[in-house]
Structure formats: C-alpha cells, structure tokens
Design a protein around this ligand. Structure first.
Ligand code: PMV
Length: 323
C-alpha cells in the first residue's frame, strides 16, 4: 500500500520576525504543493527518493540511524520520520518519494514536505493523529533540522487557509475571507532564513528596547490587519503592509532588489507591497484593487521580477491517494 499526502506552501503576510518572539503573524497557505508517498517495506532501511533534486535510488539509511545522515535534500523527511518513530516506537523499513516544484521561491517547501511526511505516516501506521498533533510533531522535526523558527509555516501547511498565528502554535485562528487580491513576485534570490533570524536576534541583543518597540508596532499592525482582512478591507491591508515594509527595513532585513520590486509594484498602482518572510531575497507581494493587477505585474516584470501565479488560502495537508 502506497499512501500519498499533499501539503501546501505558505506566504507570510505580516508579522515576519516579530513572530519569532511570540508576537502574532498572518500567513496564508499557497497552492504550491508538495507530496510525499510512503510504503512500508520488509527490510530495516529507509529509502528516500527526491527526484526534483536528482536523488533517485541512491539514498538509504538504516532505520536506527534515521535523522543522522546530514543530507540536505532529505533532512526534513528524515526528521519527520525520526520524530514519529521515536514517539511511537516504530521500527519498520520504508520507501519514501517526495515530489513538488523544483524551485520553491522560499514559499515553504521544507515545512510542506515535513507536514506531508507526518500526515502520510499517520495514515500508514494508523496513528489517527489530530491536526494539532501533526503540527506539534512537524514543528519539532523542523526545529531539529534548522534550530530556529516560529512554526508559522508548519501551521499553514497543516491547517491551510489564512491564519492568525502566535505563541509557537498556542494561538492558531483561521481567518475566513474571500480570496486576497495579491500579486506574488520572486526576486530571483533564494536566501537562508536562519542567518537573517540570527541577524535580528543580534540586533535585538544590541538594541533591546528599540527592537522590542519595532516588534510591538508590528504586533499592532497584525492585529489591525486581522480585522481588515476579515472585512476584506484591502486599502487598509495595503497601507499596513507598506508600514510593515518600513519596519522590516529598520530591522536590516530588506535588500536592494526587494526594495526595487516593492517600489515597482507601488508605481504600478498597488495598494501596498512588502517583502514576505525573512528578507534578503525570496518573494514580495502586492495588493491590487479593481483591474490594476496587470499594471502591477508588468511593472514588476520590467524590474526583472518573476510573477508566481498561485492561489492563496490553499487547503491544508490531506491524503491525496492510497493505492
Ligand atoms: O523566510 P521564510 O519564508 O522562511 O519566513 C521566515 C519568517 C521569520 O519570521 C523571519 C522566521 C519564522 O520562523 O517565523
């Protein structure tokens, strides 16, 4: 029996960095999906295929050594398996295959793959894990690999939709609303989140009062944006996004390319635009109104941005097939 689970990526809307310090953020799941297929085998090995990264038949690890291979492409899958195996005392061999877009644009491939692995294993071993349990195990697995992170991306992959998230998962509130009118644009530069989180941590060590004040304002922006989102008040969300962009710049995580894209989107008529996530690169998003989506897109294309045409508010993890 092969079980396949599918989980969405994510786009951070507001609250980036502040959420690491337990302030809230708003994140939406995006329809850039990752799947993990798992079959139990009769040996003591875990074989993992990651075709998009050229790992076909050459990766296998003994069950008792799972999570220790230090292979970048398999690290999140291994950590997810290890978390489940430790907690539930599983010792079976597995054949695992992951699939998804080759380029992830910083839109949450690691969290999606981790969550899909946990969900598939829950099915394979009849663990009947609740969404909250899938979240906890997946978040632990992500922390095991990267050491830091608020877990907002894991929550988006588990629950889907658009979420108000705080307190490392203590507060997860789905925000019901119509589609968010967004243009998402990739800067062409992929960055590592961990270094930027560390950079902000160091700034906070040097200037605790100032950085805490910045986080407090972000907190207020997120709370106000939550209300605006619930009312589909896109003018307000756009204006709050612009203010938030300035605060991320103040924290030192903006980059020239991101600024160029943000200003291009605004020039094209966006209600607001900001970077999404850790900063340094990855994506920006812009809110459009009426029929100015194409104007914003062409302005971004002129600035050499890559438009990522994906839906927001995507469905959380689910079992895609059992065969
Ligand atoms: O760069 P991304 O998309 O992984 O987002 C990071 C967001 C941070 O708030 C900077 C870190 C976190 O774990 O919340």
């Amino acid at each position: 029996m092969v079980v396949t689970a599918s989980a969405p990526g994510k786009l951070m809307l507001l609250g980036d960095h502040a959420v690491v310090y337990d302030h809230p953020c708003i994140v939406t799941a995006v329809d850039l999906r990752y799947s993990v297929s798992i079959e139990v085998t009769n040996n003591d090995e875990i074989k993992i295929k990651v075709p998009v990264h050229g790992i076909e038949n050459n990766f296998s690890v003994k069950v008792e050594k799972i999570g220790t291979s230090n292979t970048k492409e398999t690290s999140f899958v291994e950590a997810a398996i290890s978390a489940i195996y430790k907690k539930y005392g599983v010792t079976k061999g597995l054949a695992v295959t992951t699939n998804g877009p080759k380029i992830s644009y910083g839109l949450g491939s690691s969290s999606a793959v981790t969550v899909a692995t946990v969900r598939a294993l829950s099915q394979v071993f009849n663990l009947n894990l609740t969404s909250k349990e899938i979240f906890e195990l997946s978040y632990q697995a992500v922390l095991d690999v990267q050491g830091k992170g608020s877990g907002f991306d894991v929550a988006a992959a588990v629950f889907g939709g658009t979420i108000y998230y705080a307190g490392k998962g203590k507060h997860i509130e789905p925000l019901q609303h119509e589609d968010i009118p967004l243009v998402i644009c990739y800067s062409g530069e992929k960055v590592g989140t961990v270094n930027l989180v560390k950079q902000v941590y160091e700034l906070k060590q040097r200037r605790p009062n100032i950085v805490d004040s910045v986080f407090e304002i972000m907190h207020r922006l997120v709370d106000r944006a939550r209300e605006a989102l619930l009312n589909s008040d896109w003018d307000t969300v756009g204006e709050l996004a612009n203010i938030h962009q300035g605060l991320l710049d103040a924290l030192g995580v903006n980059a020239p390319k991101l600024s160029e894209l943000v200003f291009s989107a605004r020039k094209g008529g966006a209600l607001g635009a900001k970077l999404s996530g850790a900063g340094g690169g990855d994506c920006i998003f812009a809110l459009y109104s009426g029929n100015n989506k194409d104007m914003i897109s062409s302005s971004l294309l002129k600035a050499n941005g890559e438009i990522i045409d994906i839906k927001t508010g995507a469905r959380g993890v689910y079992i895609a097939s059992v065969s």
